[in-house]
Design a protein around this ligand. Structure first.
Ligand SMILES: Cc1cc2nc3c(=O)[nH]c(=O)nc-3n(C[C@H](O)[C@H](O)[C@H](O)COP(=O)(O)OP(=O)(O)OC[C@H]3O[C@@H](n4cnc5c(N)ncnc54)[C@H](O)[C@@H]3O)c2cc1C
Length: 423
């Protein structure tokens, strides 16, 4: 039986970043990936010779030069200015909606303006859930007509079930001065954490091909880990291979890992409470570019898609995202996804009729967004602590069961690898 100081489960961006750190420090490790390629959700796949993301994957590194250099060492990234829209009341309004009230019809604008100006502005207001936060910051009309229906499509549950932990500044709140400016017609398009973003000039696949080549001796593809035994410190793959480890870096979804993979730790009851949604991605190639936005948010109740966007680049590729409920993997069939896509693309002025779609394909991501309900924080804390006591370090978006970006996942992988190196 082969034995390793570290075994990494999963070769997405967090697992590959961790592997690179261990490789550079000449620490012995093995990376096991269940699919036949590295990259997880951060890579691209080819459909009829065209590359597609698992829906728009844009890089933004905040202030992290370490994550940036891990990616930019390989990928040629181009910077784009985000130009986003919100589809509401059958109109496309500049994003963030709450900063652009003048673009609403006059009676709606007046009502929302009044509601937003009536709020109390205090630094330290704490909210119990997202409904409270939305109502306080944006008022009843925007809550009823945008935030509530949007959340019901995106998270498949009410904002009342979601804790403000999700917030993290990703939904910008205008000051009263900014509300006035937006009501009078001043545009504020550069608000929020992703006002600009980076996107590969070629394909994000290059990143994973590069690192695969760099430490290919340490990688086994098509190798799904199905059991981890903490007493014997061994793990088993679906192919029947058994490996001994000192440490594990786990990037597989925490829920599945805690419920099915590890043996011997009483953490199932906490894992059972973790919730997520799945995502249906409708990727397509269009005849021509009829609109010029980066992506748009759709709150309309009569359509399943909540986001539509263009991939940057020469040919006109675009994507739509719809959420599926936790534990009901194939809620929509292909025909439904196609018919709904036609409606959404028309609403967003991306096509004028069906013939504008030259080709399409559909991907299903079973775990895509984590639901930040009242159980998430305590359950993940207990599970992660128990795993760490047994030298299992979970990292990345799904390993930690968080909302994170690719840049944050790179940093997380590097951080965990560094921790192991000091042991
Ligand atoms: C719809 C959508 C849009 C997004 N858009 C953006 C964006 O624009 N910008 C951004 O920065 N981030 C975006 N993200 C987030 C981004 O996808 C993740 O943060 C990132 O891909 C997570 O990387 P990871 O390596 O932690 O996990 P993953 O990419 O999920 O990698 C985990 C790997 O582990 C493998 N694996 C799982 N179980 C096992 C097992 N038992 N044994 C062996 N291998 C296993 C999987 O096959 C996979 O390759 C988006 C996410 C979604 C769902």
């Amino acid at each position: 039986m082969k034995s390793y100081k570290t075994i990494i489960i999963g070769g997405g961006i967090s697992g590959v970043a961790a592997a690179n750190e261990l490789y550079e420090s000449k620490s012995d490790f093995l990376l096991l990936e269940k699919k036949d390629v590295l990259g997880g959700l951060s890579t691209q796949y080819k459909h009829n010779d065209i590359y597609f993301d698992y829906s728009g994957h844009y890089f933004h590194f905040y202030k992290s030069s370490e994550a940036k250099s891990f990616v930019e060492k390989v990928l040629n990234l181009k910077t784009y200015k985000r130009l986003c829209k919100t589809h509401i009341y059958e109109k496309m309004i500049n994003y963030p909606l709450q900063f652009h009230l003048s673009e609403l019809d006059k009676d709606k604008a007046d009502r929302v303006f009044k509601e937003m100006m009536a709020r109390e502005e205090r630094e330290s207001i704490s909210f119990d859930n997202m409904k409270e936060a939305f109502l306080h910051n944006f008022g009843q009309t925007l809550y009823n007509d945008f935030f509530y229906p949007f959340f019901m499509k995106y998270y498949r549950c009410s904002p009342q079930e979601i804790t403000p932990g999700l917030y993290k500044g990703s939904i910008p709140v205008p000051s009263k001065d900014e509300v006035v400016l937006g009501y009078k017609g001043t545009k504020k398009l550069d608000t929020g954490y992703n006002a600009t973003f980076l996107y590969p000039v070629n394909s994000s696949r290059e990143l994973f091909d590069f690192y695969h080549k760099k430490f290919k001796e340490n990688i086994i593809l098509n190798s799904e880990v199905i059991k981890v035994d903490i007493d014997t410190k061994t793990l088993v793959t679906k192919n029947g291979e058994i490996y001994k480890y000192e440490n594990i870096i786990n990037t597989a979804g925490l829920k599945e890992f805690a419920q099915n993979i590890q043996e011997g730790l009483p953490i199932c009851q906490y894992a059972e409470k973790l919730r997520n949604v799945s995502t249906f991605i409708f990727n397509c190639l269009l005849k021509s570019k009829l609109s010029d936005f980066s992506w748009a948010y759709l709150s309309d109740k009569d359509n399943i898609y909540y986001r539509a966007g263009y991939y940057p680049g020469d040919n006109v590729r675009c994507y739509l995202e719809a959420s599926g409920k936790d534990n009901s993997p194939r809620e929509y069939d292909e025909e439904k996804l196609f018919q709904e896509a036609l409606k959404a693309l028309k609403k967003c002025n991306m096509i004028s009729d069906k013939d504008d779609i030259l080709d399409y394909n559909i991907k299903f991501v079973p775990i895509s967004y984590i639901i930040f309900d009242k159980n998430r924080e305590s359950c993940t804390r207990i599970i992660l602590e128990k795993l760490e006591k047994n030298n299992i370090y979970s990292c990345g978006r799904f390993g930690r069961w968080i909302y994170s970006s690719m840049g944050e996942d790179v940093l997380d992988g590097i951080k965990i690898a560094k921790k192991i190196l000091t042991m």
